[in-house]
Unconditional design. Structure first.
Length: 410
């Protein structure tokens, strides 16, 4: 298609606005709006015909959408009144009319320089929205990947929907006492409704790491709900010490995003009263949920082990040595009802220990993430091989377990 012929033909078939005319030339020249491109073509057309022309009031291509962008933007802004955001994005659903016109243009007025109507409208809405924000003395940027708010304008029905993206925060938690699960654990008998067995609480444990951490975030962000995503989890009866375990907190429908994280950390410590602490809080992107959940970091454990019969020093030393290296571990009996039953290979990198008495020892283990330490000691009916019980020839079991360190680079 000839450069000028394209525009001149479009101008002669019906009233078209500068933006829609210029959109057939969108990829040509930088620093221009489509309206400016369209205006340029219109001027050349008027010169060639030696007539006086102005932009028509009506446009058969967009049906006046671009002139209504400001109105849509104003309605969008009302929808997010009271919400804090730094980034946004507009999207549109075209009406069947607009879709038909786009198809028609593609066939009848093909242009290698055109851009889709949808993109042009999204941009016009975004610019109109930015102008409104500027008038209020605030600003926000368009973000195509993770906008804080996302508007969807239905050009057919005229509606606007808004999606408020969750706020995410990274941190690490230390669990200083035993008997607390990572997340709320609903009572199996009543499925959380409350019954005699759970003392009408609906849960197996009175609290959880999540329940001790989340409220401070929800309140600061004025959110409507949320989750704690942990990088794995320690057993309910194990402590989580050292620099803690990485997690991401997700707060749904937040009204505030710029919150005082030091204050939140202080409040969590105060209210958890020595049970849980959080470190290293910082804002995170949504990708971090996956990164934290997929984390397979090495861990250092301390286990208190008791033996069913007395063990001597030499046997104990030799058994520990036999535990370094590759371990083949079947999914433990105790978690087989909720985890896939398979055999994993995990490594014990370092192990050391000391007998406290002939029937008790303290053991420190550095191993791959995903190795079950209790089964490494007990053997779990042969499910873990090698294991300490087998190497000692005496039944051994963990009576106390602490995660001393999660060795990640988050
Ligand atoms: Zn138009
Ligand atoms: Zn119950």
């Amino acid at each position: 298609m000839d450069f000028l012929k394209l525009g001149f033909e479009l101008l002669s078939v019906g009233p078209i606005c500068d933006t829609c005319l210029g959109r057939r030339y969108a990829k040509l020249g930088t620093g221009f709006t489509n309206a400016e491109r369209g205006r340029a073509i219109r001027v050349l057309w008027a010169m060639e015909k030696d007539i006086m022309i102005t932009e028509p009031d009506r446009c058969w291509v967009c049906d006046g959408i671009f002139s209504r962008a400001g109105e849509y933007a104003r309605r969008a802004l009302e929808l997010v009144h009271g919400y804090e955001f730094e980034t946004f994005l507009f999207g549109v659903h075209l009406s069947p009319y607009h879709e038909a016109v786009e198809e028609f243009l593609k066939k009848r007025f093909p242009s290698p320089w055109a851009e889709p109507l949808q993109r042009d409208i999204n941009r016009a809405l975004g610019r109109a929205f930015e102008r409104l924000l500027a008038a209020e003395g605030t600003e926000a940027q368009v973000d195509f990947r993770h906008p804080h708010i996302r508007f969807t304008v239905d050009l057919w029905k005229g509606g606007i929907e808004v999606y408020i993206a969750p706020a995410y925060f990274y941190g690490r938690y230390r669990k200083l006492v035993r008997g607390i699960p990572q997340t709320h654990w609903p009572c199996r008998h009543c499925r959380g409704r409350g019954c005699e067995r759970c003392n009408y609480t609906g849960k197996v444990y009175p609290t959880s790491v999540e329940e001790l951490i989340l409220p401070a975030f929800l309140e600061a962000c004025e959110g409507e709900g949320g989750h704690l995503h942990g990088a794995g989890r320690e057993d309910v009866d194990a402590r989580m010490l050292g620099r803690g375990r990485p997690f991401v907190v997700e707060v749904e429908h937040p009204r505030r995003r710029a919150v005082d994280l030091e204050e939140i950390a202080a409040r969590i410590s105060r209210e958890a009263a020595g049970r849980v602490e959080v470190l290293d809080l910082r804002p995170a992107s949504p990708d971090f949920v996956r990164r934290v959940k997929d984390l397979r970091a090495r861990k250092r454990y301390r286990a208190l082990v008791s033996f069913a019969a007395p063990v001597d020093e030499a046997t104990f030393r030799q058994a520990l040595e036999g535990l370094t290296g590759e371990i083949r571990q079947r999914t433990p009996t105790r978690v087989r009802h909720r985890r896939a039953d398979l055999v994993r290979k995990r490594c014990v990198h370092e192990i050391s220990g000391e007998l406290r008495s002939p029937t008790e020892a303290e053991v420190e283990i550095l191993c791959d993430g995903g190795l079950y330490v209790k089964e490494l000691i007990s053997g779990d009916d042969g499910g873990t091989h090698p294991n300490l019980s087998e190497l000692l020839g005496v039944e051994a079991r963990v009576t106390e377990l602490d995660v001393l360190e999660v060795l990640d680079d988050l």
